[in-house]
Unconditional design. Sequence first.
Length: 132
Amino acid sequence: MLRVLIDRLPWVRQKRPAFSKQEVLSAVPVRNERVHWDLNDEGEVVLHIPRRQDRLGRILNRIFAAPEHRRLVLDELGSQVWQLCDGEHSVEMIIRSLARTHKLSRREVELSLSVYLKQLAQRQLVGLVLRR
C-alpha cells in the first residue's frame, strides 16, 4: 500500500525505461483479455469494459448502482486499429496498413497511431509486447 502511495508522488516515481523508436515499431499491441468486444450494425467496434472490482469499486457500485460493464463505441479508424491489435500485427504493420487503406503519409499515421495507442494503453485496453 505504501509503495502505491509513493509511486504517485511525481518526484519519487521511478523512471520507466526508454525504448528506441525501432523497438516500439517492432512491438506488438495486444488487447486486454478482460475487455469483450463486438461489431455493431455500422461495423464499429463496441467495447464492453468491466467496472472496477477492487474494494473501492465495489463500494462505489453499491452506492451508485452502476452497470457491470461500460460501453465504448470506436469510430471507423479506431475500430480498424482495434481489430489489428490482435497480437500478430506489429505497430509497423499497422502503420503500413492504415497508410495504404486511407492514403495518408506514413508520418501522419505514425503520429496519430502513437497518440491513439498511448490513450488505449492508459485506459488499460491494450498493452505492447516487445519483440527482441
